[in-house]
Write a protein that binds this ligand. Sequence first.
Ligand code: ADP
Ligand code: ADP
Length: 226
Amino acid sequence: MIQMVGVSKLYQNGVAALHDINIHIEKGEFVFLIGQSGAGKTTFIRLLFREELPSTGQIMVGGRSIIRLNRKEIAILRRNIGVVFQDFRLLPNLNVYENVAFAMRVTECAKNDISRRVPEVLDLVGLGHKSGSMPAQLSGGEQQRVAIARAIVNKPMVVIADEPTGNLDPETSWDLMRLLNEINKTGTTVLVATHARDIVDVMRKRVLALENGRMMRDDTGGGYDE
Ligand code: ADP
Ligand code: ADP
């Protein structure tokens, strides 16, 4: 599903954010990506949806190299990857329904498909009753669930979340992780970059640990520290 071979990333300012990364994530896996601030987690994620290109190495998503893609192919890649950010990134002037529908409209889905799929996905994340609300009227946890609905609405192969619980209280963080776990159980590959030590320790998923741009651990069923 996701493969990196000899991937390094040197930013223009000379910062070596990633060094010789070699990983293989199978379809249907749930993976935590951990590491201190500055370890390279966000860079790792940006490489996967072509927000950045690696300086060296090969990246495959869904069996295809994503290094040389034209604009149309990048759009297709991004449709296959649902991304969730720490700061939610909802469109503030659109209600919940429209925020999710927007993600389908940009991929030129048929109107019928949109009006069928959006309520279905809002029900999945437990927000069917909030479809008319504006983002500012929602709690942080609800906003993040809208972001998840938007990420999965096009039925991506992979859902990637970058510090999704960074702005949420502990209880809401757990609700969110449970939701990501449910999504994973439907067969969707899930990759979560996180600092949430207690959650990583309890969920016992595969743990990839970055330190100063190097992959220092790859443990199946691992905890935060070992
Ligand atoms: P993390 O997400 O683990 O905090 P990042 O991938 O954001 O780590 O950052 C890894 C390193 O790369 C840091 O030293 C950071 O300052 C640097 N970095 C991140 N983005 C850029 C950029 N666009 N330009 C230059 N340096 C960057
Ligand atoms: P269909 O049965 O028509 O394919 P589903 O509504 O069952 O449609 O959706 C399946 C797809 O929806 C999954 O492959 C996944 O990408 C996405 N999905 C995300 N989260 C969930 C979830 N919690 N439950 C079901 N499907 C989900």
